[in-house]
Design a protein around this ligand. Structure first.
Ligand SMILES: [Zn+2]
Length: 139
């Protein structure tokens, strides 16, 4: 017999550590190769700790591996923007502890403290050089 009354809603818990609260976010990475590309998406829910740790890893990979294909520019920008949205959602969650003695790994360094992330400056500098060359040759 089904109970009467409003349905019981439970807060969603992190799929990695079980902590609550968690947010349903999707975290992406992109690998651009000369002739093909590979997009990866990991669905939550994640607590702020586990989600931000995963965002740091996948965003750093995207920053140094995402640009190396002719069609990868848009896919890389999409992955980075999507991860920024997920990061904002996770930052709004209060800090939480895992519900039991489950151990969580550390969050790792922020993206700006990971040297591979700065590989993204190479295609950015090339794009700036190309644009300034086009503007210079047009005038
Ligand atoms: Zn977690």
């Amino acid at each position: 017999m089904a109970p009467d009354g409003p349905p019981i809603t439970r807060p969603i818990s992190c799929k990695q550590c079980g902590a609550t609260p968690a947010a349903s976010v999707q975290i992406r990475s992109h690998l651009g190769l000369l002739l093909w590309m590979r997009c990866k998406a990991v669905d939550g829910p994640f607590c702020s700790h586990c989600g931000i740790a995963l965002i740091r890893v996948m965003t750093t990979k995207t920053l140094w591996q995402g640009w190396w294909g002719p069609l990868s520019l848009l896919a890389t920008l999409f992955a980075l923007h999507s991860n920024l949205d997920a990061y904002r959602d996770l930052r709004r969650l209060p800090r939480s502890a895992p519900p039991s003695a489950r151990a969580r790994s550390g969050m790792g360094k922020p993206v700006h403290r990971r040297p591979p992330a700065y590989v993204a400056l190479i295609p950015l500098c090339c794009a700036i050089w190309l644009l300034t060359s086009l503007i210079g040759s047009a005038s």
